[in-house]
Write a new protein. Structure first.
Length: 75
């Protein structure tokens, strides 16, 4: 996706709204897509990369989230 300056979550929210035909007042569905977009944008921080106790665990291979959206906005 090529875009001007937008929030990181918009890269998931916009395509999901267009794909599923959500309206501007489909707030619950849009909120679900915003959460998916935010978790995707935060990537490794959301899956352990923001962990403070590095000496206790192997943090060299943090995970990457795989978001998905459904027509209802829920997973």
């Amino acid at each position: 996706m090529v875009t001007g300056r937008v929030t990181d979550a918009a890269l998931v929210t916009g395509p999901a709204a267009a794909h599923f035909g959500w309206a501007a007042d489909d707030r619950d569905r849009l909120a679900g897509a915003v959460v998916a977009g935010h978790v995707l944008e935060c990537g490794t921080q959301a899956t352990g990369g923001n962990y403070a106790f590095f000496e206790r665990h192997d943090v060299r291979r943090p995970g990457f989230p795989w978001p998905s959206c459904t027509p209802t906005g829920r997973r």
